[in-house]
Structures are given as C-alpha cells and as structure tokens.
Design a protein around this ligand. Structure first.
Ligand SMILES: CC(C)(COP(=O)(O)OP(=O)(O)OC[C@H]1O[C@@H](n2cnc3c(N)ncnc32)[C@H](O)[C@@H]1OP(=O)(O)O)[C@@H](O)C(=O)NCCC(=O)NCCS
Length: 189
C-alpha cells in the first residue's frame, strides 16, 4: 500500500490488504468504515464519504464519487469502475416537502432515502456511469459509458447501455472467470 495521502490517515482504514494503491489525492472521509482486499486500487480525486467494503483486484478510477455519507457500497473482486462514475447510496426525498441538501439542519429536511449499492464480482462500469440507491449489479454485468443504472433487475454477464440502461450484448463469463482463476493460482492466492 502507498503510505501517504493528503486528506486522511491510511493507517486508520478498517482493512487494507497487501498490494493496494490509494492515490495521494483520493479522499476517504471515514477510513475506519472502509475495507479493501488485496491488490485493489483507488485512483486520485475520488471521493468516498460512505462505508465501503471492496474486494481484491478491484479498481475505482479517478474522479469517482460514492455519494451519501450514511450509505454503504460493497464492491466484489475484479471489478473495474472507470473514471467519473457516481454511485449514489443516499438521496433527498425528491417528491416530499422537506428542505434538501447537506447544508440544511436535519429537522428541516425531508425523509432521506438511504439504500446500499452492491457491485458484484467482475462487474465493469464505463466512464460516467450513474448508479442509483438500492441497485444490485450482478456478477460480470457491464455498463457502457454514461449509463444510468436504476433499480431494475439486471442479468449477470450482460452488457447494458443508455438511459435508462438497456441490454446491448453479452460477456464471456466462463473465459473471464478462467482468467481470474489462473491469475490467483499464479499469485498463490
Ligand atoms: C458499451 C460499449 C462497450 C459497446 O461497444 P460495442 O460492443 O462496439 O457496441 P456498439 O458500438 O456496436 O453498440 C451496440 C449498441 O449499443 C448502443 N450503445 C453502445 N454504447 C452505448 C452507450 N455508452 N450508451 C448508449 N448506447 C450505447 C449503440 O448505439 C448500439 O445500438 P444499436 O444496436 O441500436 O445501433 C461501448 O459503446 C462503451 O460505451 N464503452 C465504454 C468505454 C469506457 O467507458 N471505457 C472506460 C474504461 S473500461
């Protein structure tokens, strides 16, 4: 693991496995609620204010935001999140009567919606993908650039794209899993 960060103390992370790299300017607001497996990467200018459990060999590209301080994101193994993705775990009540935004005292706010986001093993999110609260991304699912993932049922090893996301193709799950197995064997894991 790289040992320095401008915005937080990496030694306070709940867990950080061997071989992880966190960019100098990545910001993790609650390091005690963030765990990383082995050989994972969080790139520069990524902002993580929420709880995060991230597996091994996974990558969050630069300029991603995990939105919602009270929320939780789980990310499996071999996941790739391209730059500029927004993963939302909490939001204001868009149809209610309360004031909105973090600047407003809680007693004046509407009821916040907080729902965890789960991103399964081998998922791949293209640049600028937006993931809304409560979304479950199954194993091997991929999203093209600028895709909006709302709360619908997604199929594993399927490629989606667009707003809202529609099926546009399939991925070769067997081959991808075989590659992962080989890598883990070579690394002795
Ligand atoms: C999804 C993607 C991989 C598909 O590429 P492809 O296999 O060459 O597929 P095509 O370009 O033939 O597109 C297939 C269909 O999906 C649509 N489509 C593809 N990407 C789309 C996107 N990002 N948003 C909306 N629609 C998209 C195409 O318009 C096409 O629709 P049609 O059949 O009605 O004409 C590619 O378009 C993409 O978005 N790549 C992400 C790049 C990225 O963010 N990389 C980050 C590093 S991993």
């Amino acid at each position: 693991m790289t040992s320095k960060n401008l915005f937080f103390d990496q030694s306070k992370l709940k867990r950080c496995g061997k071989g992880c790299i966190i960019g100098l300017t990545a910001r993790i607001r609650k390091p005690e609620k963030v765990s990383l497996g082995t050989n994972s990467i969080i790139d520069d200018f990524t902002y993580i204010p929420c709880e995060l459990a991230m597996g091994s060999y996974s990558h969050i590209g630069s300029g991603c935001h995990l939105i919602g301080g009270k929320g939780k994101v789980t990310i499996g193994n071999f996941v790739n999140i391209a730059p500029g993705c927004n993963i939302v775990t909490a939001q204001d009540d868009y149809r209610g009567g309360g004031l909105t935004g973090a600047a407003v005292p809680e007693k004046y706010s509407g009821k916040a919606i907080v729902e965890p986001v789960h991103i399964g093993d081998h998922a791949l999110l293209g640049c600028g993908t937006v993931v809304l609260p409560g979304v479950k991304i199954p194993e091997g699912m991929a999203a093209g650039a600028l895709t909006l993932l709302n709360k619908q049922k997604y199929e594993p090893w399927t490629l989606y794209a667009g707003i809202p996301a529609k099926k546009v193709g399939r991925r070769d799950g067997a081959l991808i899993k075989a590659q992962a197995k080989k890598l883990l064997q070579e690394e002795g894991e």
